[in-house]
Design a binder for this molecule. Sequence first.
Ligand code: AMP
Length: 307
Amino acid sequence: MKLLTVGTVAFDDIETPFGRAEKAIGGAATYISLAASYFAEQVRIVSVVGDDFPESVLQDLTSRNIDLAGLEVKKGEKSFFWAGRYHNDMNSRDTLETQLNVLADFNPILPEAYKSSDFLMLGNLTPDIQLSVIEQMVGKPKLIALDTMNFWMDIAMESLKKVLKRIDMLIINDEEARQLAGTYSLVTAAAMIHEMGPKFVVIKKGEHGALLFEGENIFYAPALPLAEVFDPTGAGDTFAGGLMGYLAMTGEVSFENLKRAIIYGSAMASFCVEKFSTERLLNLSKVDIDARIDKFVKLVNFDSIPV
Ligand code: AMP
């Protein structure tokens, strides 16, 4: 089935304790679509870049069967730019700079064919743009998921609350869930977020995995313990892309299938962090992915023996 994703396609300056990269390729939609491209029949992007964005990267996306008909290239303008620095734990980071550039007045127009996409992943972007995309869809997708961050909670909380009413699944990290709900307990936060709209709530905890909530049902997916983490940038988006790609491949929206989907998301995220930027996501094989999933199964599988 077809997955539509909306989000940034960007340049990132990244600093980790192990090195730095300038103008690395990044952006939520870039990571989401690359991860999902291993599973979904087709991934479609709605986004905008300036004419400073390398043609070769667009070709890399196209060669993974990612449709760029909805990617606007604005002449004479600069692409979205983000700079971040990771702390020594590699799990937390500071945003040093965000330049909206082309995104400042982006008004997405969905190509006709995109409007009936089966699944919709609203990547981290202004809530107004996320809402405008939902409103352009013809018929309801099987599932609408949304990612957001504290940046938008700080400057656009009212619009964010409006869009939350229209989605089925929210994917955010633990700190953001606490900020959104105004409470420390993640269980209480998930319950409060359900009240705001989404039936499913996924709370990411970085290297400590992710929690899936549907009312009283809770499932935990670990992150794979890795000897080396090079660059965590994009791990959250890659997780969301793997998850949504898996749903688009299987077509089933149920708690049981979502459990498998978040393991696939976690597996894709574990690849993402092994190299800088999107490098590791460009050439994975089915064998690589199957072997990674197997590691997850081994990591959490045990026989419970009655005492
Ligand atoms: P993640 O590490 O999964 O949270 O995603 C990092 C990516 O998000 C980077 O490649 C950035 O280009 C992009 N990004 C950072 N800040 C924002 C923002 N305010 N809105 C949209 N995308 C952003």
